[in-house]
Design a protein around this ligand. Structure first.
Ligand SMILES: Cc1ncc(C[n+]2csc(CCOP(=O)(O)OP(=O)(O)O)c2C)c(N)n1
Ligand code: SF4
Ligand SMILES: [Mg+2]
Length: 290
């Protein structure tokens, strides 16, 4: 049973310039409603920095720092050290980075911060490409998606950040979807109350880069889970809990067919994607026993 969280009216992210329907903006806004005013925030070069921090304007109402692209984890460690040195209480040291800033160039700094056990809360909003610089492929771009550096849909397999963080024996890590909002908010609350590092990987549908109408963000987010191409899980106390395990998945074309980045795919590729999905779910069921 997911706990429903009362959110304050006060906006701590206001007046940003993200595209209509951008999930990343909503994710950041809702996270700040949970973590509140006593949040120290760092984010690297990304859509999030570009749409919030345009000199002389600043859309965040909490102390915020644009980190160098590879350095979010290291910057958060520094903030956590300062909070400890000053004996500050009830503070959230929060990082929000894209898939490129997390799974590619920022992976080492994140790994170091988690391994040191620093009390930080790191969010990866995953729009599955380098959107800010014009939709280039990242290691979290899914199989078959068109980007400007993989025009015909390069056949890579999306890196599994959840398992990479589990391999660090992190105290708390979870995956989430903006379309499952109560589950997402409950995980934010848990992550920020964790005594040590925590990591949240949130799928962030991007109308501009994925090619879907801007009023379909939530529908796309739901379909990702219903087709089994995204999963909702938590790792804590050394165990994995699957929050939602559909008995039957919807056909993947219901999700892929709504997005221009997959429009070149046909029945053969859908079958490949479903085969890969089924193998991954079988593997997860075996490992985590759900
Ligand atoms: C060292 C370095 N390399 C490249 C860049 C250019 N750059 C800025 S943002 C960005 C893409 C970020 O992608 P992602 O982390 O997925 O965030 P998104 O833009 O998708 O929100 C790139 C390549 C940079 N700022 N610094
Ligand atoms: S390109 Fe995508 S992630 Fe970036 S602001 Fe627009 S909708 Fe959001
Ligand atoms: Mg991205």
């Amino acid at each position: 049973m997911v706990k429903v969280i009362d959110l304050p009216d006060r906006e701590l992210l206001y007046g940003h310039k993200a595209c209509p329907g951008c999930a990343a903006g909503t994710i950041a806004r809702l996270i700040l409603k949970v973590t509140g005013e006593r949040t120290f925030l760092a984010y690297p070069a990304s859509c999030l920095s570009t749409v919030t921090s345009i000199y002389p304007q600043m859309a965040f109402a909490v102390p915020s720092f644009t980190a160098p692209f590879p350095a979010t984890g290291a910057v958060l460690s520094g903030m956590a050290a300062a909070v400890k040195a000053k004996r500050m209480q009830d503070v959230t040291v929060l990082g929000m980075a894209g898939d490129g800033g997390t799974a590619d160039i920022g992976l080492q700094a994140l790994s170091g911060a988690v391994e040191r056990g620093d009390k930080i809360f790191y969010v990866c909003y995953d729009n599955e490409a380098y959107m800010n610089t014009g939709v280039q492929r990242s290691s979290l771009t899914p199989f078959g998606a068109t980007t400007t550096t993989s025009p015909a849909g390069k056949r890579g397999v999306k890196k599994n950040m959840f398992e990479i963080l589990i391999a660090h024996r992190i105290p708390y890590c979870a995956t989430a979807s903006i379309a499952h909002t109560a589950d997402f908010l409950a995980k934010v609350e848990k992550a920020r109350n964790t005594d040590g590092p925590s990591f949240l990987h949130v799928l962030a549908p991007c109308p501009t880069g994925w090619g879907f109408p801007s009023d379909q963000t939530m529908a796309i987010g739901r379909l990702a889970v219903e087709t089994g191409l995204w999963f909702l899980a938590e790792y804590e106390g050394g165990r994995v809990k699957m929050n939602l395990a559909p008995k039957n998945f919807k056909p993947v074309q219901e999700y892929l067919g709504l997005q221009k980045r997959f429009k070149h795919l046909g029945a053969a590729e859908w079958a490949l994607i479903e085969g890969q999905r089924d193998r991954e779910w079988a593997d997860m069921r075996r490992k985590w026993g759900f």
